[in-house]
Design a protein around this ligand. Structure first.
Ligand code: PMP
Length: 281
């Protein structure tokens, strides 16, 4: 497959960066993942806005306009072999290549990388049977709103799920829910949808605002507020959202059924609304 690296379209096997790239040495970079349905990037404007915010937060200076990002992504999409499948576009920018030193190098060109890979929308089993999750302490840093490529905390969290034989983790900081290893978490109690506020302790997913919109349109009350571990234990429904998982129900939590142990009615409404939007693209 063909990828974009620093101004060129190359075969994946020919795309190389220096071992002195600060992404490799320090994890000094940011990224984005954009789902593409039938060739149409979904919520591209919001993904690019988040990318620009991430760049600003870590002070990587890259003067790409939204139109330039769009052209770059379209360039990669135009070169995809299997353009019939749904795709996820991965975009990464690192501070660039420089002699190893923690402080920002004086003059450096950021490394810009983009690739597209096929992605399968969640299937019947995940939608209808749901997922299992466990709770873990959130051991990550305090700037989780930045979509940083330094993902060691998220990697260890996800591996804790794999080691426990479940699909996902719910992370908690000082007794309050933050998010999953690479997804946002939603809690339903008495018909009210809740999620932690989008502050520095979570990554505000593009699906975060999208699901809140779907809830509003479906007449489901939504509250962005701190959610305690007790409230999660006591939830009627739990669900998660991300670019590739879309929205999926969590039906077992720490070994116990969530609510009835089956995907709930609020999930069903939101999933149906989600599918309608994607089918209308
Ligand atoms: N939180 C974290 C930590 C993530 O990595 C992701 C996925 N990128 C999300 C939330 C969900 O974001 P999105 O809906 O944009 O995929």
């Amino acid at each position: 497959s063909i990828v974009y690296l620093n101004g060129e379209f190359l075969r994946l096997a020919d795309a190389k960066v220096s071992v002195l790239d600060r992404g490799f040495v320090f994890g000094d970079g940011i990224y984005e993942v954009v789902p593409v349905y039938k060739g149409v990037p979904f919520r591209m404007h919001q993904h690019i806005a988040r990318l620009q915010r991430s760049l600003q937060s870590v002070r990587i200076h890259l003067e790409y306009t939204e139109a330039q990002w769009q052209a770059l992504v379209e360039g990669v999409l135009a070169r995809v072999d299997d353009s019939a499948s749904n795709l996820m576009v991965y975009l990464q920018v690192t501070r660039g290549v420089a002699k190893r030193d923690h402080a920002f190098p004086a003059a450096v060109e950021p490394t810009v990388f983009c690739m597209a890979s096929p992605f399968a929308r969640p299937g019947k089993a995940q939608r209808e049977e749901g997922l299992a999750a466990i709770s873990v302490p959130d051991t990550r840093w305090l700037l989780c709103h930045i979509k940083s490529i330094s993902l060691l905390g998220n990697v260890l969290a996800k591996q804790a799920a794999v080691d426990a034989g479940v699909d996902e983790v719910l992370q908690f900081r000082e007794g309050y829910l933050t998010e999953g290893s690479s997804c946002n978490i939603w809690v339903v109690k008495n018909g009210v949808l809740m999620a932690p506020e989008a502050n520095h302790l979570i990554l505000e997913g593009i699906r975060y605002r999208f699901l809140a919109e779907l809830a509003r349109n479906a007449g489901i009350p939504f509250e962005a507020r701190p959610v305690s571990a007790e409230e999660v234990n006591d939830a009627d429904e739990l669900m998660l959202t991300s670019a590739t998982k879309e929205v999926l129900p969590i039906v077992r939590y720490n070994g116990n059924p969530v609510g009835t142990g089956k995907p709930g009615p609020v999930y069903a409404l939101l999933r149906a609304s989600y599918d309608r939007v994607i089918e209308s693209l």
